[in-house]
Design a protein around this ligand. Structure first.
Ligand SMILES: Cc1cc2nc3c(=O)[nH]c(=O)nc-3n(C[C@H](O)[C@H](O)[C@H](O)COP(=O)(O)O)c2cc1C
Length: 402
């Protein structure tokens, strides 16, 4: 379950053109189960109306420190005291300057001074304003105080110019909020390596052989681990989905590249989770130029050799190792064989044809020393949550043994 569910989030919206994106951010946060309290500066209200935020959040929008007090509401410091996280998005140069110097002349300033929860700031402005030494000094001052600065990104700005100053996209701000809220979770301080998606084996400079793995399972596992506070390295074959915020991403193509990346990443790690659909074979020879029908004739024969077995080659008793088995026949028998042959602590078995590329999965968790757990058909994000809970247990057990 996402740590955003049931979180109390204060969203400060200031007077930048990117304020329109904050409506989407508020909506995404509410859909993820958060209670969102919006503070809108006067300049912010020039760009987006309070009515949009009120309709989306189902909460009153706060505009002034002089709002009337209610029984559940004690004025200018209440929001800061109840928040799990305060996010200022977009943060103008003006608000950044004010927050850096502790000014409290509006609702956002008083709220930020009254809170002890994490504060995220997403700067958004023209590149000249962003790179001005005054803004940079203010940002440094905030960072030194432990404020998390997220973005800005580089790209097309409202003026039409290119440069640094675009507000981080709402989906990435969401990811950062999720990471920050999960930081104190049960996997805090644990380093976990996850492989994901399918590998691709090159035939010639523009052709390869691969499989239909989308990476959804692996990326969901990474998200569930980040949600529980783990430090995650994601070693991924090509995939067209966004990597969860907070993971260190190592892109690879072939099984041989993935093996090298895993070997480098597991040094000092606590667990290795192999969700990737690693190609069992690769072409014996790669052609250095694009194959043409005129050269090959009617038939093309390519010989394949077997790829290395990545997880079997990883030594280390301290490392918790979890594999995945996607099979088209004799699923559980094949998964059990793999569990034993590769000395895994757990294996997730699922039917290859109905699982690969699908957002849902019907998985069975198998262990060397415990009864199997047969799960219902469910979204991969839920399988990932259950798997992450087992990782917590396996790591606790391993720590108890050592
Ligand atoms: C059309 C327009 C767009 C603006 N966009 C930005 C912006 O993206 N970033 C920024 O720092 N200031 C921007 N400003 C200037 C701020 O609105 C101004 O500095 C204001 O005082 C900020 O107040 P606040 O920080 O209390 O919201 C813009 C102003 C206008 C008129």
């Amino acid at each position: 379950m996402s740590p955003i569910r049931n979180a109390r989030i204060v969203l400060g919206v200031t007077g930048g053109i990117a304020a329109y994106k904050s409506v989407d951010l508020a909506s995404k946060l509410v859909q993820a189960g958060a209670t969102v309290h919006v503070i809108l500066t006067d300049a912010g209200a020039e760009f987006v109306g309070a009515a949009s935020f009120e309709a989306i959040t189902q909460q009153p929008v706060h505009r002034s420190v002089f709002e009337p007090w209610r029984s559940d509401w004690h004025g200018h410091v209440s929001l800061g005291q109840l928040a799990d996280v305060v996010v200022v998005a977009p943060a103008t140069a003006n608000t950044i300057a004010k927050l850096a110097h502790g000014l409290a002349d509006d609702m956002l300033g008083t709220t930020v001074l009254a809170t002890t929860c994490p504060l995220l700031i997403a700067p958004a402005m023209e590149h000249q304003m962003f790179h001005h030494p005054a803004t940079q000094e203010n940002l440094e001052r905030l960072a030194a105080r432990g404020v998390r600065l997220i973005g800005p990104e580089s790209g097309r700005l409202a003026s039409g110019e290119m440069g640094d100053g675009r507000m981080l996209e709402p989906v990435k701000i969401m990811g950062t909020i999720r990471q920050v809220l999960g930081e104190a979770g049960p996997l805090r301080g644990r380093r976990i390596v996850v492989t994901a998606a399918g590998t691709r084996e090159r035939i010639d400079p523009i052709r390869d052989v691969g499989n239909r793995s989308s990476g959804q399972m692996g990326y969901a596992v990474v998200q569930s681990l980040v949600d529980r506070g783990a430090e995650v390295t994601l070693i991924t074959g090509p995939a067209s989905i966004l990597a969860p915020v907070g993971a260190a991403v190592v892109p690879v193509e072939s099984a041989v590249e993935m093996e090298a990346a895993v070997r480098a990443a597991v040094d000092g790690a606590d667990a290795l989770i192999m969700t990737a659909a690693v190609s069992d074979y690769r072409p014996d020879a790669q052609f250095s130029h694009k194959l043409k029908k005129a050269d090959t004739g009617e038939r093309l024969t390519i010989e394949f050799v077997t790829n290395p077995d990545i997880v079997a080659g990883i030594e280390g008793d301290a490392l918790v190792k979890i594999g995945f088995a996607a099979e088209t026949h004799d699923l559980l028998a094949n998964a059990r064989k793999k569990l034993a042959a590769k000395s895994l602590d757990m294996i997730v078995a699922n039917d290859a044809e109905s699982t690969i590329g699908s957002p849902v999965s019907q998985a069975t968790f198998l262990y060397p020393d415990r009864e199997p757990e047969m799960l219902e058909r469910m979204p991969k994000s839920e399988v990932a949550d259950l798997l992450a809970d087992r990782v917590v247990e396996l790591l606790a057990k391993r720590s108890g043994e050592s």
